[in-house]
Write a protein that binds this ligand. Structure first.
Ligand code: ADP
Length: 244
């Protein structure tokens, strides 16, 4: 994407726990309209990097987004600014319906006092999110009864109703079957056109099929970045993966 615009500019991001440097002077760009995968062996620092960018651990350096430095902001402010994330374990309310989960996520973000759902009708942004994540038919089902894949899509829907322009997804296809993985890949491509999607991923087939850009981390450092082809051809990447 030659005309892609920078969405998040990370410069010299470092996270230390006591003496241990978990993320070591990492600089990278996250572009709008690009599905960007973050890979690397266990312990490479991927989760800690995303934790730093979402206000969960303190870091030095800067991460500029829309004129703000994410590293100096608290999580709730980061979410309001349009930066959201999912976790490996779904965080939906199991007893509530798909619709209610989306309505609550969107309502919290908008801070508005609201009538009960039945008296005001379903907000258009909830209808849109249902359509995008393909759960329109499951809308009345308690989230706890959804299939594993559907639950992950609901998590993504909760970021959509929060108007997230930047989404960090933590291993979204873990535990999914092949059909669900493909469905997720298509979903990421769809929502990625207008957003910045960064995916922590271990499933290399999924990365090969859906990555538009790949950043490789190793021992806290940025090892290399490029297209799937470029990264796969990199000897250092092969060594790191053979060694793990
Ligand atoms: P990845 O997501 O790439 O598997 P992590 O970011 O989870 O890697 O971890 C990077 C390193 O930082 C690991 O060695 C891990 O043990 C360490 N680490 C992560 N969180 C903490 C913490 N809260 N305290 C101390 N060490 C941590």
């Amino acid at each position: 994407t030659p005309d892609a615009e920078t969405s998040v500019k990370v410069s010299n991001l470092t996270v230390t726990f006591d003496e241990f440097t978990a993320v070591d002077d990492v600089s990278l760009l996250m572009l709008k309209g690009q599905v960007h995968f973050l890979i690397g062996p266990n312990g490479a620092g991927k989760t800690t990097l995303v934790d730093a960018l979402t206000g969960l651990v303190p870091a030095t350096g800067t991460a500029m987004y829309d004129g703000m430095d994410l590293l100096s902001m608290k999580t709730n402010k980061i979410i309001r600014a349009g930066v959201g994330r999912t976790f490996q374990t779904a965080t939906v309310f199991d007893e509530l319906s798909v619709l209610q989960n989306l309505d609550i996520a969107g309502g919290l973000h908008r801070k508005a006092w609201r009538l009960p759902l039945a008296r005001r009708g379903v907000p258009s942004y909830v209808e849109e999110a249902l359509e995008t994540i393909g759960l329109t038919e499951q809308r009345e089902k308690p989230a706890g009864t959804l299939a594993h894949g559907q639950k992950q899509w609901l998590e993504i829907g909760m970021l959509l109703v929060q108007d997230a322009k930047v989404m960090f997804l933590d291993e979204p296809v873990a535990g999914m079957n092949a059909d669900e993985r493909d469905e997720t890949g298509r979903l990421l491509r769809r929502i990625g056109d207008e957003r910045t999607i960064i995916v922590i991923e271990h499933d290399m087939d999924f990365v090969r099929n859906y990555a538009e850009w790949v950043t490789v981390m190793h021992m806290g450092k940025l090892l290399t970045a490029g297209t799937v082809e470029q990264v796969q051809a990199d000897k250092r990447v092969q060594e790191v993966y053979l060694g793990s």
